[in-house]
Design a binder for this molecule. Sequence first.
Ligand code: GLU
Length: 287
Amino acid sequence: MYRGRFAPSPTGPLHAGSLVAALASWLDARAQRGRWLVRIEDVDGPRCPPGTDEVILGQLAALGLVPDEPPVWQSRRDTHYQAALDRLVAAGDAYGCACTRAEIAAAYERMVGPRPRHGELVYPGTCRAGTHGRPARAWRLRVQGRVDWQDRRLGVQSQDLAAEVGDFVLKRADGLWAYQLAVVVDDAEQGITDVVRGEDLADNTPRQIALQRALSLPTPRYLHTPLVLAADGHKLSKQNGAAAIDLTDPAARLREAAARLGLPPLPDAATPADTLAAAVTAWAAGG
Ligand code: GLU
């Protein structure tokens, strides 16, 4: 049975970009007669203003996007993430890391050369064989080689995790759970068969697949949807001024989001429910 989800981080209200991801995941679940869940990804508490989760759930409800099961909050699932980390450490797949950011940068420069001006630093593996008595600050997954995977829209994808990412963080030095661990534990526990989300997350997928394999969890199917770009050409986000969606005409917002997903123009239905029904038909025809 198909089980999909929309997993917003409640750092701000839904905007035109996040609505596209929400709608795509809802349409795909409905077109495949599956269930659609909402998970509030509030692991990074300091970045989530209080009440934003309820704002998002209210926006979704106004658009007719109502989850089939009660929402799940990641901030309440600490023991599940700790259990997964404990398993990985016991199996030797995760290890404690004592490095500070400055040390990682210095080690990277010694081993690889000048670090990129933008983009992630590949962890050079300093603590792979132990921290030499220094206390662990963060916990990392030991990665190897390349991950090949298939996206329903982007086709065959491949990333050399070891060379391009390195051993990545599961639990941060500030004690917060990393998105990668929380999302993998929760997708598995909620029985998610299909992940439908924005293309900006596609390059996280190999890390999540590596983690699924280390935890012996199934890998869902993936569909990464086109991004909505701001005037500056970057992904639409709160940082470049994405406004909360204006819900005075929810059906119009749904028609706009559907157009961004490449669906043919939908009739000017008055209600969100009619608009969604037309959109499911169009999505099913296109898929
Ligand atoms: N919480 C993530 C975000 O809002 C999405 C996670 C996901 O869909 O896997 O960017």
